[in-house]
Design a protein around this ligand. Sequence first.
Ligand code: AHR
Length: 330
Amino acid sequence: MRQARPAARRRFVLGSVAMGAIAALGAMPAAFAADKKIVLGFSQIGAESEWRTANSASIKSAAKESGIDLKFADAQQKQENQIKALRAFIAQKVDVIALSPVVETGWGTVLREAKAAGIPVILTDRTVQETDTTLWATFMGSDFVEEGRRAAKWLTDKVKSRPAGKEIRIVELQGTVGAAPALDRKKGFEEGIKADPRLKIVRSQTGDFSRAKGKEVMEAFLKAEGRNIDVLYAHNDDMAIGAIQAIEEAGLKPAKDILIISIDGVKGAFQAMVAGKLNVTVECSPLLGPQLMQTVKDLKAGKTVPRRIVTEEGVFPVEVAAQELPKRKY
Ligand code: AHR
């Protein structure tokens, strides 16, 4: 992630906006000033996964607790809906816009419109590919490349003692085409397995981060590869859970005949591990609500916010699943 130039940072501290607001408040009755809520427009991707549902819930409840007026728009996986939502937020003159972009590219025009309107944008969960990094104030969320590396590390440790020269055949269920977590998790994983020539990705296809698609694509992998699959790497838990069903229906034992690695750490993954059907999940926390609301308040108060806020996460193998499951918040 590129570092922001100081000038870019200053653009979003809202110093002059805040000063103007304070001046205007002088003429208002005190009760109204205290009651005036910050308005946040949030464009969510959709509801494709357990992760996404937990993310929406976290944002809605944090907004309520923080007294922020949240305008929540569900884009149903479509970038065009997200662009429409952003334009509606701009027309409504919201104070801050938060965006979880479904794909990385194609945001320049609408982000420039927000900037021209003086509305700061926070990227949450996923980032965008734009050369002008002054188009957003901060990006908060996970390091997806690192998640891919962690998944690879678990695998390379796991197969360390297997015979040299014997190919280990991996199938990969990718996330949504063009989405930051799909691109980055692939990159991090490939980087992590590179040093072991036995590890080969033999098939790789999108399962769009959903259970139904994960199952469908895994069925196709099994049909094409038969019993020649040693490992499944799924870019999220939902696709892994769908694939587990396909593996069982094919008469194979998930997590035994085929090692299964996935990402997110949702309750469903822990339940699958406790049932002995998944080997490991790499955590990706959706609980971004409180941090988002704090950042909205900081921006509105004229404070400088960090350009990148990275979520702290862990790795949970099957051995710790039963002990961790009751503690999971999503
Ligand atoms: O952007 C985060 C990813 O999106 C999660 O891993 C996945 O489950 C979700 O749909």
